[in-house]
Design a protein around this ligand. Structure first.
Ligand code: SF4
Length: 587
């Protein structure tokens, strides 16, 4: 371990400096112990940042690499104790979150590379939920799974249990490359341009095997969009690869399918990933990702957590600088991957996104095959449902399961003549395969149910809102409602048709800031603030007025998004808030 940080006044002797250089190199921490150009010892720096300027999380990472916590965790298991202080942060690198005081025990967040897993793994996870955790799992907004209420005694059992079914939680939290998402229909989507799933999975394994790609400056999201029918909100990621059909052009780039590279998405900070003006061949996406990660590792801010995401490197240096550094890294790596400059005007238009494509029965590109999207109320699965859906995927499909960022899952490869039996088996588990226009697009972060940062019970409120609205209205197109408990924005309120951000009223009641008109992909745009804080128990009435007035006032076939975007925030306030305040007064 590096031990106590040295200050500038505590100079190293040349022997000490040589020892430290060798020691740090052996740890592969990528720390820069500057070599003295004139024989004079230099201050210790980490990628150019003086040690004494590092934030406390950076110091913790450099004192002990996030992978070197097995003995510490065993200690906690033996003593039946939960981590405290910076250990809470460090344990998250293993995917184990002490979520106290919101909930007892650990939350374990998995990694499901490319959002693809097997039916037998889901069954195995059901066993773990029953034996080691609280008896349920949640699908997350990164097409991932979480277990909760894991006692300290089961910390290592959980990690080894995951390994025994071919899963892991390593690097799913803290300063890591998070679960790598891919289009959930990759490989069977009739509209996809190319299947990028193999690259998402290869990158997942590359990162898991690379000590130097863990404990990076801050969390990092990567997504692979096949250009098909279901959105994986790729433009909200730090790196998004968007499959695109390059047409004949005068820029000397061969026509064909490439990945357009988008960078810097972080909607909680009001930024979408933006086009870099570069395309890469799909088979080069792994090398390009690794090179980009190394540039981030060297230049990410290590003093201020709020400015440590990739967006801030890009804001400081610009896209061209970042791409040039990436090209240099690719050369250093001996990679033949190329960043190909190409204006997006040569891309064929993206295929339309089907907002209901993740629910119900849909055709695959393989003749005679269907996939079934099951509707999970805000992502929750009981033990029986974990077992049952895993078995159904194995019996009626190909044992393949895909998770979506819409907090549900798909069972692909069901032959047409088995669809009815598969549906009956799913329904027998108490799980629907259809959803109202409100339920289909409702996503909610954990909220107060199990997250200490939350201002509101997002999942519970989402359920109540959906129930209320679907009793009142039948829509011809979904309205997506995103509920997020705090400004970390795990459920991305800025991209919802209706976005709700947890808050509290002056008298301390749970409440929400209300935003309208957000979207991603084709519909990219940040939702605009309408009102707030609105007490949670007043929200059903307000949203009833919002949806009702939209239906009354829209032009034929106008979607909610189009409607909200053709009005100014002031006009929307006049339309929606005036009647709401009159009604509240009447009541
Ligand atoms: Fe917790 Fe905030 Fe994320 Fe919701 S958005 S899960 S409250 S950190």
């Amino acid at each position: 371990m590096c031990g106590t940080p040295n200050t500038q006044s505590e100079a190293f002797t040349p022997e000490q400096q040589a020892y430290l250089d060798a020691f740090v190199a052996s740890l592969d921490l990528q720390a820069t112990f500057a070599s003295p150009p004139t024989g004079e010892p230099q201050p210790v720096t980490i990628h150019g940042t003086p040690y004494e300027d590092l934030c406390k999380e950076e110091v913790a990472k450099h004192e002990r690499h996030p992978w070197d916590f097995h003995a510490v965790m065993r200690d906690h298991v033996q003593q039946g104790k939960m981590p405290e202080g910076t250990d809470v942060f460090m344990f998250k690198h293993q995917g184990m979150f002490n979520v106290a005081p919101a909930m007892p025990g650990f939350m374990c967040r998995l990694r499901i590379p490319g959002c693809k897993m097997r039916g037998d793994q889901l069954r195995g996870l059901g066993d773990m939920a029953r034996d080691l955790a609280g008896g349920y799992a949640h699908v997350t907004t990164r097409g991932n799974l979480q277990l909760r209420e894991i006692p300290a005694e089961h910390l290592l059992n959980t990690l080894t249990g995951l390994a025994s079914i071919g899963l892991t939680s390593r690097g799913s939290g803290a300063d890591s490359v998070r679960n790598i998402t891919a289009s959930p229909t990759a490989g069977f989507d009739p509209l996809e341009l190319t299947n990028l799933l193999p690259y998402a999975i290869e990158l997942h394994h590359y990162i898991l095997q690379s000590r130097d790609l863990h404990g990076i400056p801050r969390k990092f999201n990567i997504s692979f969009d096949n250009g098909g029918s279901i959105s994986c909100v790729s433009d909200t990621n730090d790196i998004a690869y968007l499959a695109t059909e390059v047409q004949p052009n005068d820029e000397d780039v061969d026509p064909g399918v490439y990945c357009r590279v988008l960078l810097g998405g972080i909607t909680g900070h009001k930024d979408f990933a933006r086009d870099t003006g570069v395309v890469v061949k799909p088979e080069h996406t792994v090398d390009v990702s690794v090179a980009m990660l190394h540039v981030f590792i060297e230049h990410g801010d290590r003093t201020n957590r709020k400015k440590a995401r990739l967006k801030y490197v890009l804001d400081k240096h610009g896209f061209d600088w970042y791409l040039d550094r990436t090209a240099e890294k690719l050369e250093d790596m001996g990679s033949d991957a190329k960043l190909i400059r190409l204006s997006p005007e040569h891309d064929a238009p993206r295929q339309p996104i089907d907002r209901r494509g993740h629910i119900g029965v849909h055709p695959q590109k393989q003749d005679g095959m269907k996939y079934i999207g099951v509707a999970l109320p805000l992502g929750k699965l009981t033990v029986e449902q974990l077992h049952g859906l895993g078995d159904i995927a194995a019996e009626y499909g190909s044992n393949d399961i895909r998770l979506t960022v819409w907090q549900n899952l798909l069972i692909p490869d069901v032959p047409e003549d088995k669809v009815d039996d598969a549906l009956a088996a799913i329904h027998a588990l108490g799980i629907a395969t259809s959803a109202s226009s409100f339920a289909a697009g409702a996503v909610a972060c954990t909220g107060r149910f199990g997250c200490k940062f939350a201002s509101a019970h997002t999942k519970e409120h989402a359920g109540l809102l959906v129930e209320h609205l679907q009793q009142k209205f039948e829509l011809d197109a979904p309205i997506n409602i995103h509920l997020t408990g705090c400004s970390h924005s795990c459920a991305q309120h800025y991209i919802g048709d209706i976005g709700l951000l947890g808050a509290s009223t002056a008298d301390g009641r749970e409440a929400y800031q209300v935003y309208l008109g957000g979207g991603s992909d084709h519909d990219q745009g940040l939702a605009q603030h309408l009102a707030g804080p609105i007490a949670a128990d007043e929200l059903p009435l307000l949203l009833e007025i919002v949806v009702g007035r939209y239906l009354d006032e829209r032009v034929p076939d106008e979607t909610f998004l189009q409607f909200t975007r053709r009005h100014t925030p002031e006009q929307l306030a006049e339309l929606f808030l005036k009647p709401a305040s009159e009604l509240v007064e009447m009541a």
